[in-house]
Design a protein around this ligand. Sequence first.
Ligand SMILES: [Ca+2]
Ligand SMILES: [Ca+2]
Length: 444
Amino acid sequence: MPLSLSSSLTRSGLTGWLTCTLLALPSASTASAYPVIPAAPPHTLHSAAIKSAAAKKVVPAPLSELTPLPPAPRRPAPPLVPFQTISPTTPLTAQSGLTQMPARPAAQLQPVQTPPVQTQSTPKPPVDPLYAQQWNLSAINVAAGWAVTPGQAITVAVLDTGYVDDPELKGRLFNGYDFVSDPERAGDGNGYDPDASGVGEFVYHGEVVANIIAAAHDGVGMAGINPKARVVAVRVVGQDGMIAPQDLINGMRWAAGLKVAGVPANPRPARIINLSLYADFIALTGCDTRIQAAIDEVVARNVLIVAGAANDRTDAAGYTPAGCRGVITVAATNREGTRSSYSNFGANVALSAPGGEPGDGLVLSGLAGRQTRNGTSFSAPQVSGVASLMIGLDPTLTPQQVTALLRRTARPFASGCDPDSRKSCGAGLLDAGAALKAVEAQQR
Ligand SMILES: [Ca+2]
Ligand SMILES: [Ca+2]
């Protein structure tokens, strides 16, 4: 599988190179028998030595685990096609975007005659047309969380494919900084620069991750978890869907308000950093020490880091950042509330949130309209969103306190998340209502 490419690179001793990939899986329309994590072919890597080593070391994978590559490399290199996740009924064009959204007839927006039984403290559910299809939100009991707090303007940095001017985040989305150092991989003609706009076919990734956290309750598209959150889009992923380690380190440090040489200070330091990505490199024996050092610095600044567990159906302990100290590592569950077939697991997993299955993903929206996605990429931002509600309710909460509260209030899996008891999904399934009630109770 694609992972073998990066793993073989590492085994060849090229420890100076690290790549990360996004934690998304193919949509139902393109899913193979196994979930596929996007990875770059050798021609997307720039070191000649790496190219050579990769060419020699690539371990062929079963065809069923591979997504077809473009027929012939050309320059500029075309992006991979590891996941075409737009549903077949929704063209992937920005122009078609919002018009593709299933429009809710105006009449349906009127108050109904028989409203659901609500206590005075229970807010009305969002009127966003996709809300009823967002099964993950009921799974994490988010409405009970909204009964505690409507959300606050907590800043969340999304380190991902970059800035997309999505109306769901109007007035609350900030174009952070572009930390893709390699101009060719950046695709914008330069290296670091103040425009974090996403480039390439994977830009939807950071867009929907941000929308999961913070999409407006505006009667259009999907509903986010904290509709008042502020999102700083920090670009660390190249147009090839991969990340260089120093770029990730710089992006994390900048997002937290730490100094990065040659880069202006971040005017909007985040309380939370969402990392829906992972490094597939070396022998996957543990957290990369360089990334761990950056994480330690960031957490010491009172910034919470949430990471997806990755999609290799193996122990997350060997992964970066999922296997690092001080992060909340999130595994994925499906509609049945058991471990998603692809999700990593193990003692490093703090808790789980829905990530769906190939063919039964989360229902989301972006400029390209309604779409379904699955992967731990989309589990992590649910935890980030709930964490932002918690910190909004009690801004004094530390990363350690948020982590402990999330774990304590998670709904345990009645009979494990997996028949194999060794495949732990952490303390349980994210429960926004319970988490926020716990924060509220602490304040009394
Ligand atoms: Ca750039
Ligand atoms: Ca919306």
